[in-house]
Design a protein around this ligand. Structure first.
Ligand code: PXP
Length: 243
């Protein structure tokens, strides 16, 4: 059966908003594993806007499932990945100004460059994935680049403005899964998946992993409100009467 891989970047987003110690993505990762996550994903961005190097180092030591490191295909990240040895790296395009990863990696035309980036990682026992749009040319190029997995970008499906557009984007993702599998690739899905739109894949075969972050962290924050507020209200309520 497919696995759930939980991206804990936005726990770190909350921490970095105050440059504080909490909430700690490492603790969140541990809790996610207990709850059923079979892999933990972090994106170590060049600008370190959320996940920090310390987080990745601690996750590598502490998590018991699998550590997947999302990263840009840069020299710095290559060196870091070889040092950290995540179970898998997922190469993503990265732009400084973007709020989140905006599109898939352009692999077509760069197959040799990406293959030579991946080879030392594979030799070190690190698995690989390429985050790409559901575009046949990119999927074929990913195969030629020698990746183990592709992660098909589901953002266009998730963000489609109309039901018709959503159906059209879903059809592209489904065709992408089929093509990836026919080429012998393992296929993951990710970006923008939430508790509603994931149901479209309920009967879809051939998906190894669902990579989900924002919707899970958003729900965790809101479902935790009751406990968090009632605990603090009980503390404040136990203090002396102001009168
Ligand atoms: N997969 C990749 C490659 C991503 O860059 C992201 C976002 O960091 C995700 C999956 C998770 O997307 P979301 O946070 O929208 O669930």
């Amino acid at each position: 059966m497919p696995i759930l891989a939980v991206n804990v970047d936005h726990i770190a987003t909350l921490r970095q908003a105050r440059l504080a110690q909490e909430p700690d993505p490492v603790t969140a990762a541990h809790m996610a594993e207990i709850a059923g996550a079979r892999a933990i994903i972090v994106h170590l961005r060049e600008d370190r806007r959320h996940i920090q190097d310390r987080d990745v180092a601690l996750l590598r030591q502490l998590i018991k499932t699998r550590l997947h490191l999302e990263m840009a295909a840069t020299k710095e990240m290559h060196r870091l990945a070889l040092g950290i040895k995540p179970d898998m790296v997922c190469l993503v395009p990265e732009k400084r100004q973007e709020l989140t990863t905006e599109g898939g990696l352009a692999v077509a035309g760069r197959e040799k460059e990406i293959a030579s980036f991946l080879e030392p990682l594979h030799a070190a026992g690190i698995g690989s994935s390429l985050f790409i749009d559901p575009d046949p040319a990119q999927i074929e190029a990913a195969k030629a680049a020698g990746t183990h997995y592709i992660e098909i970008h589901t953002g266009a499906y998730a963000d489609a403005p109309t039901p018709q557009a959503r159906q059209a984007e879903l059809a592209k993702v489904l065709a992408g899964i089929r093509l990836g599998r026919e080429l012998g690739l393992k296929v993951n899905l990710g970006h923008g998946l939430n508790y509603d739109n994931i149901w479209a894949f309920a009967k879809v075969e051939g998906v190894s992993e669902y990579s989900i972050g924002h919707s899970i962290i958003s729900r965790a924050v809101l479902t935790g409100m009751n406990e968090a507020v009632s605990r603090m209200a009980a503390i404040v309520g136990s203090f002396p009467d102001p009168a």
